[in-house]
Design a protein around this ligand. Structure first.
Ligand code: MG
Length: 219
């Protein structure tokens, strides 16, 4: 349940912020990708040039013919930390938002075939639109947050954090074993099932509970 929603004006002026994305964090999505359900978190990164803010449009890139949407809840780090224990991870973020992990699925398939890294398919400019953030205290239970993506008003992806394989706290703890997390870093926490193609002219709108937090056009 989302109580009183209070928008937070995010500022991403923090220099050197990074975007970390969790792969296959919902079992049903791993299945639809014909991928194994992981026994530990899988993560990759996007650069700050991947961000789209303020409901600006996404320009369909000419290097792909198959751009997929992946709607994901996004954690914004409020403190820096390394080797964060899961039981303290909740102290390192205050805000939760929603974003799209755009994926050039055709390129990703080729990368996977050859066992190559995914950056070309995942980390291109504009591949991470993000919406407004809300304070996590507006949620009565972080392990029961509904989120939704619609395209042209039609529901395409529905998720609930109760289905996460690795909770927000576990994800933060795991990433911080390898990479120092800094204030302003964003963590895309994984997509539920229902990923699919977007087309020029589509309008994507993402919701947490009933609240619209992101809306933009594919151009
Ligand atoms: Mg994803």
């Amino acid at each position: 349940m989302l109580n009183k929603v209070k928008y937070i004006n995010y500022t991403l002026e923090e220099e050197g912020m990074k975007i970390i994305c969790i792969g296959r964090n919902y079992a049903e999505h791993a299945k639809e990708m014909k991928a194994a359900v992981p026994t530990e978190p899988v993560f990759f990164m996007k650069p700050d040039t991947a961000l789209i803010k303020g409901n600006e449009p996404f320009y369909y890139p000419d290097f792909s013919k198959e751009i997929h949407h992946e709607v994901e809840l996004v954690i914004k780090m409020s403190r820096a930390g390394k080797h964060i224990e899961p039981e303290f991870a909740h102290k390192y973020y205050e805000e939760i938002g929603i974003g799209i992990d755009f994926t050039a699925r055709d390129i990703q398939a080729k990368c996977k075939e050859k066992g190559l890294p995914w950056e070309k398919a995942k980390s291109f400019d504009g591949s991470a639109p993000i919406g407004n953030f809300v304070n996590k205290r507006t949620f009565t239970d972080l392990n029961n947050i509904n989120f939704l993506l619609t395209i042209n008003g039609k529901s395409v992806q529905k998720g609930n954090t109760k289905d996460l394989l690795f909770s927000f706290d576990k994800v933060i703890s795991y990433i911080s074993k390898f990479v120092t997390l800094k204030t302003g870093d964003l963590i895309f926490t994984g997509t539920p099932e229902g990923v699919g193609e977007v087309k020029k002219g589509d309008v994507l709108e993402a919701f947490i509970e009933k609240e619209s937090l992101l809306k933009f056009e594919i151009k």
